[in-house]
Design a protein around this ligand. Structure first.
Ligand SMILES: Cc1cc2nc3c(=O)[nH]c(=O)nc-3n(C[C@H](O)[C@H](O)[C@H](O)COP(=O)(O)O)c2cc1C
Length: 281
C-alpha cells in the first residue's frame, strides 16, 4: 500500500465524466495523458444533475436560455454587479468545456451539460475500457456504500473517494463521515480510502483520518478562496486547513497524523461498524 500512496501523491489527477459518449471520453483520456495527468478520477454519482434549488431561485435556466423575456426578472442580479458582469463578458461570457470535445462539434457548451449528464451512463463494466485507455491508476469518486466499495476493489481501482458530491446530488443521503467506517471495514487494505464533503477545518480532516480515511479532498473550501482572491486565495484556504490541522494535533497531544486512530474521538455507540472496522485495521 505504501507504494500506491506514494504514486498517488506524486500524480496529477484528471477527473473524468462520461459525458459526450465513449469516443469523447477516449480522446479526453489521451489528451490528459499527453498533458501529464497520470491518475484518472472517475466520478460515478452524477447520472443526472441533482436538484439545485438555488439555481432555480436565481433563474439559472432562464438566464442561460434563448428567451429574452424570461430573463428579465433576473437581470437585476447582473446589473447590481456591473464590474463582475463586465469582466464576465470580457472573459467571453458563458464558458465552454474545453476538456469535453464532442466529435464533429467541438467543446461542449455550458448550456448543454445538464442534458449531456442525463444522457451519460457509467456502469462498472465501463471501468475496464477506461482503465485500459488510461493505463494508470483509477480512482473511483462517489462511493457511498460498502457494496460499491467492494466493487471498486474488484475492478482494480487503486483508490476510492467516499463522497456524496458535497450533498449536491442524491437528497437525504448520510454524511460521508458516517459512511466512512463501513466502507473502511468492507475493503480493509485492498484500496486507498479517501473522503470528501464538508471539510472546512483541520479538525474535520482529523475526524476523517481517525475513522480510517487515508486522506481527504476539499471542494468548496478551496473554491471560496479562489472566489475571494484567485490563486493566492486557494493557497490561503489550504494554509488555513493546514494550520488548524496542526493546532488540533497539538491540542490532542498527538505527534503526527500517522498516529491518529479512533481513540482520539468519541464515536456514537450505534456506529457498530466502527468497532468492527477497528478490529480489522
Ligand atoms: C460548484 C461545484 C462543482 C463541482 N463539480 C464537480 C465535478 O465536475 N466533478 C466532480 O466529480 N465533483 C464535482 N463537485 C463535487 C466536489 O468534487 C466534491 O465532491 C464536493 O464539493 C465535496 O464537498 P465540499 O464542497 O463540502 O468539500 C463539485 C462541487 C461544487 C461545489
Amino acid at each position: 500500500m505504501e507504494d500506491v500512496a506514494a504514486a498517488l501523491k506524486q500524480t496529477v489527477w484528471y477527473q473524468l465524466y462520461l459525458v459526450g459518449g465513449r469516443d469523447c471520453a477516449l480522446s479526453a483520456i489521451e489528451r490528459a495523458k499527453a498533458a501529464g495527468f497520470s491518475a484518472l478520477v472517475v466520478t460515478i454519482d452524477t447520472p443526472v444533475a441533482g436538484m439545485r434549488e438555488r439555481d432555480i431561485r436565481n433563474g439559472v435556466k432562464e438566464l442561460l436560455g434563448d428567451n429574452f423575456v424570461s430573463k428579465l426578472p433576473f437581470v437585476s442580479q447582473l446589473l447590481i454587479k456591473p464590474s463582475w458582469f463586465a469582466r464576465f463578458l470580457a472573459d467571453g461570457g458563458l464558458m465552454k468545456f474545453q476538456n469535453v470535445v464532442i466529435p464533429g462539434k467541438g467543446p461542449m457548451l455550458y448550456t448543454d451539460v445538464t442534458a449531456a449528464l442525463e444522457d451519460s451512463v457509467v456502469s462498472w463494466g465501463d471501468l475496464k475500457w477506461i482503465q485500459r485507455a488510461g493505463g494508470g491508476p483509477i480512482v473511483i469518486k462517489g462511493v457511498h456504500t460498502a457494496d460499491d466499495a467492494r466493487r471498486a476493489v474488484d475492478v482494480g481501482a487503486k483508490a476510492l473517494v467516499v463522497s456524496n458530491h458535497g450533498g449536491r446530488q442524491l437528497d437525504n443521503v448520510a454524511p460521508t463521515l458516517r459512511i466512512l467506517p463501513e466502507v473502511v471495514a468492507s475493503v480493509g487494505d485492498h484500496i486507498e480510502v479517501l473522503l470528501d464533503g464538508g471539510i472546512r477545518r483541520g479538525s474535520d480532516i482529523i475526524k476523517a483520518l481517525c475513522l480510517g480515511a487515508r486522506a481527504v479532498m476539499v471542494g468548496r473550501a478551496y473554491a471560496y478562496g479562489l472566489g475571494a482572491a484567485g490563486g493566492a486565495g486557494v493557497a490561503r484556504a489550504i494554509e488555513i486547513l493546514r494550520a488548524d490541522l496542526i493546532r488540533t494535533l497539538k491540542l490532542l497531544g498527538c505527534p503526527s497524523v500517522a498516529e491518529l486512530d479512533q481513540s482520539y474521538i468519541d464515536v456514537a455507540a450505534d456506529w457498530s461498524v466502527v468497532r468492527s472496522a477497528s478490529g480489522s485495521c
